[in-house]
Design a protein around this ligand. Structure first.
Ligand code: HPA
Ligand code: ZN
Length: 389
């Protein structure tokens, strides 16, 4: 299978931004960062710089595999350039003097070392427009990666604790998701993720507020520091979500033991497990997950960057496929972990020799494991079948 080369995809991504934002904003020149602030109709907007050597994709270049992205934290799509642009727009002084210094912090030793930076960088997200710009930037890049359906997690508590309202973060993201199919060809759903290192009371309070404001959420998730915060801590939260007719997913078995996966299934009654790679330590659990066709949203580059596995070559994904698990490939926090979903596929192919057959199989798994309508799933499976992969 061939993909549009990564560098090329980035160029095309920048071109799309340029076209999209320049349409409404006009000329742009003389900026310090690829994103910059413009004042238009009294409102500050971001534009992206036109890449120097932008090119049209060559005729005959195969399109990326059409996939559903099921494990994506929207705050984890904040690229360094956008962090600086938003900081400038909002008059926020960052603790890094330039992009290089910020990038030098992207060396993680474990999940917590990443979470510290991930939460700190959220300081630049202040207004609805900021959340909308971040979401639009992700969708533009995801479209180039082949994403045709995305289920996007937002961490409302991480914004509430900084004094940013639920309306600001939810409406900012949702305003862009509402038009994502028309604008980017990507159907989307929003998932409110709860921080497991906070209390269940805090999560319940926020869930009630989301329900009271009729927030357009399709489900809830559970993320942040896993070890020491087992699923059982959130039994009432997940029962309330089920009662409210919401879908339920949880991170489990990323750093935490296989028992967390079992508890997420039995106590939280989740419909998907995010990560789940440590299930491979428990053959009985693997058998159960296979029997139940339980989706596992695996994020290979994330696992390497957060040291859940030592190298991509040692990633359990091939063994998971061989065991018959319902796995799919996702990007998690692509701005932090070295790539989007196409980059994950490309590295799986080049580093561990993942076959075309397995890539297509996981693309189909991602579509079938989504919470999209049966009609949308059928449409995407047909697109996959016709894609020539
Ligand atoms: N794991 C847990 N929590 C997270 C992650 C992750 O990879 N990304 C953002 N929040
Ligand atoms: Zn995650």
């Amino acid at each position: 299978m061939n993909y549009i080369p990564i560098g090329r995809a980035r160029q095309i991504g920048s071109m799309l931004f340029t076209l999209h934002w320049f349409d409404s904003i006009g000329d742009a020149s003389g900026r310090a960062y690829p994103y910059r602030m413009e004042t238009y109709d009294g409102e500050a907007q971001l534009t992206a710089e036109e890449p120097e050597e932008s090119e049209e994709p060559e005729a005959g270049e195969p399109l990326p595999l059409p996939v559903a992205e099921l494990h994506l934290h929207i705050e984890g799509t904040l690229e360094p350039e956008l962090i600086f642009a938003l900081a400038e727009r909002n008059g926020i002084e960052l603790p890094y003097k330039d992009l290089e210094e910020l990038r030098s912090r992207y060396e993680f030793t474990d999940l917590q070392s990443f979470l510290d930076l991930y939460y700190a960088n959220m300081a630049v997200l202040q207004t609805e427009q900021d959340f909308a710009d971040m979401t639009r930037a992700y969708l533009a890049r995801a479209a180039l990666a082949g994403v045709r359906h995305a289920e996007i997690m937002l961490d409302p508590q991480a914004h509430l604790s900084r004094g940013v309202s639920l309306e600001t973060c939810v409406n900012g993201v949702a305003s862009v998701l509402a038009g994502s199919r028309e604008e980017f060809g990507i159907s989307t759903l929003l998932i409110a993720a709860f921080l497991r290192d906070l209390t269940e009371e805090s999560a319940l309070e926020v869930l009630e507020q989301l329900l009271a404001m009729d927030a357009p959420i399709a489900g809830i998730g559970l993320d942040s520091a896993e070890v020491g915060n087992p699923p059982a801590k959130f039994e009432r939260l997940f029962a309330r979500a089920k009662d409210a007719g919401l879908h339920r997913i949880a991170h489990a078995g990323e750093e935490g033991p296989p028992s967390y996966i079992i508890d997420a299934l039995d106590i939280l009654e989740v419909e998907r497990i995010d990560h789940g790679i440590r299930c491979m330590e428990d053959p009985e659990l693997v058998e159960r997950l296979v029997d139940e066709l339980m989706p596992l949203t695996v994020c290979p580059l994330s696992n390497v960057r957060l040291r859940a596995v030592d190298t991509l070559a040692e990633h359990p994904l091939p063994a998971m496929l061989a065991a018959g698990l319902n796995v799919c490939v996702n990007s998690d926090d692509p701005a932090y972990f070295g790539g989007y979903v196409d980059d994950n596929f490309a590295q799986l192919q080049s580093v561990i020799g993942l076959s075309e057959f397995d890539c297509v199989r996981m693309a189909a798994n991602s579509i079938r494991s989504s919470f999209a309508s049966e009609e949308r799933k059928a449409e995407l499976l047909a697109e996959l079948a016709a894609s020539g992969h």
